[in-house]
Design a protein around this ligand. Structure first.
Ligand code: HEM
Length: 454
């Protein structure tokens, strides 16, 4: 193991692990190498990507094609083929077309808020619950072609099933824990991570919609449509299961992440009134330029301060705490002068600590403060490459980053135009201390007070 020679005093084993270029530890029974040196990360994930194409086997032993067929789980050439098939779905032009479907969902959410704040009434809102419904409706509409309004129809099937499959607590957590640490026990017990009746619901939904669209020649600018086209145009023979698996992973990646993203941006705006005011002023400028017309994709992309605020939120909150790779063939990691740093063996598990780097004062001064200026035109080039990785890194980075940013920025634009965000008596004092488990679910909730602006 080689220390990176930083000045900082190492207080404990965790510090030692983090402040070494490469450190090793056991994740229960699996040895893992933690690589935190940005140059090493660059080499392994970009230049020598061929040695680290796949993720570590997360759900090993699961024979459900819905799980094995997800892009995140796919391996090697099969992953490359699917990634090439899916990439055109997330281009700017496709996002632009999908934006109008998102707009419908924003309006439904905002109409409800406007209704509740009629006559200038303030309301206390639990953000996570509110944005989970929005996130649900958006993913139902843009990925599954299904129109639901989870504010009006609170217990709709898509929402309740979605909530239960994405909830990693209780029984689901234990099933997941055994599968990742003791896959042999999982095999003996013969269970599936996700209840079959729930995954069957998603399967039926996608397959029926695909069939209906093809038979009735219906076109809608959503992911199912794009997947149908991608399947037809690809020289690969993708099965229906392969396509359903992608909708499933899109659902998974978007449902929780998007709700978290919106919750933490709103929370930071509440905590930082100056930032909130500046963002409001930018939103007003854009609204005036649009002459009362709804926000467009292009106007949204041009909002510079919004981009700084969302970037800083993703730094401070690091929604993905780490990412990982599996070493697929023996690999000698060397520095720029060719000196050996470390020998990886095929089968080694590697983790990249995104959250560690985002909170490292060597890369981000005063990391606990929320400071969008880090991402201004004048400052952003000072960020050391490969230390800011909210969406992962290299050819395997998040495929849905544009989609996530588009949703969060547009919803914040609408919200901030209508409401001021203030502390509610129910707001937890220190939200970070109130978070339990792997998900961003503070036990006291994510409360905020919305004050209508007019
Ligand atoms: C703020 C929201 C999100 C964050 C922070 C996030 C973060 C990440 C990260 C860190 C990875 C791993 C990348 C790597 O290993 O280098 C990833 C992968 C992935 N994400 Fe996201 N993501 C978000 C939203 C989304 C959305 C909305 C979608 C889909 C619509 C999506 C789809 C995926 C997929 C399919 C992969 C696997 C890519 C592959 O293996 O080729 N993500 N995401």
């Amino acid at each position: 193991m080689k220390s990176n020679g930083c000045e900082r005093k190492l207080n404990n084993a965790i510090d030692f692990m983090y402040f070494s270029d490469i450190a090793g530890f056991y994740n229960f029974r699996s040895p893992v190498f933690l690589v935190q040196n940005p140059e090493c990360i660059k080499k392994m994930t970009v230049k020598d990507f061929d040695h680290f194409v796949n993720h570590t086997p997360f759900f090993s032993g699961d024979d459900d094609p819905l799980i094995n067929g997800m892009l995140t789980v796919m391996k090697d050439q099969r992953w490359r083929n699917m990634r090439n098939t899916l990439s055109p779905i997330f281009t700017t032009s496709k996002m632009r077309a999908m934006f109008c479907l998102m707009n419908e969902c924003f309006n439904e959410s905002l109409d409800r808020l406007r209704e509740n704040t009629k006559g200038g009434k303030t309301i206390d809102l639990e953000l996570k619950g509110w944005f989970t419904r929005l996130s649900n409706d958006i993913i139902a509409s843009t990925a599954f072609g299904l129109k639901v309004n989870s504010y009006e129809n609170q217990n709709n099937e898509f929402y309740t099933i979605g909530l239960s499959v994405s909830n990693f607590r209780g029984k689901q957590m234990i099933k997941f824990f055994i599968a990742t640490t003791l896959p042999i026990i999982k095999k003996i017990l013969g269970y599936r991570i996700f209840d079959e009746e729930k995954t069957d619901y998603f399967k039926r939904l996608v397959i029926d919609t695909m069939k209906y669209r093809q038979e009735h020649k219906i076109h809608r600018p959503d992911m199912i449509q794009l997947l149908i086209e991608a399947k037809e145009e690809s020289d690969q023979k993708w099965s229906d299961d392969d396509i359903v698996a992608q909708c499933f992973i899109f659902f998974f990646a978007a449902f929780e992440n998007n709700a978290n993203f919106l919750s933490v941006i709103s929370h930071e705006l509440m905590e930082n009134p100056d930032v909130q005011q500046r963002l409001y002023e930018e939103a007003i400028e854009v609204r005036d330029e649009l002459n009362g017309k709804p926000l467009t994709y292009d106007a949204m992309v041009k909002m510079k301060y919004m981009d700084m605020v969302t970037s800083e939120t993703l730094r401070k909150w690091s929604l993905a705490g780490m990412t990982d790779r599996l070493c697929s063939k023996d690999y000698d990691l060397t520095d720029d002068d060719g000196n050996l740093i470390f020998k990886f063996k095929a089968g080694d598990y590697v983790w990249f600590p995104i959250i560690g780097m985002h909170n490292d004062e060597r890369y981000f001064e005063d990391p606990d403060s929320f400071n969008p200026e880090r991402f201004s035109d004048a400052n952003k080039d000072n960020i050391k490459p490969f230390t800011y990785l909210p969406f992962g890194v290299g050819p395997r980075m998040c495929i849905g980053n544009r989609y996530a940013l588009m949703q969060a920025k547009a919803m914040m634009y609408y919200l901030i135009l209508d409401f001021k965000f203030e502390r509610s008596p129910k707001t937890v004092k220190n939200i970070m201390d109130d978070i339990r488990g792997f998900q961003i679910n503070p036990t006291g909730g994510f409360w905020i007070r919305l004050v209508p602006r007019k």
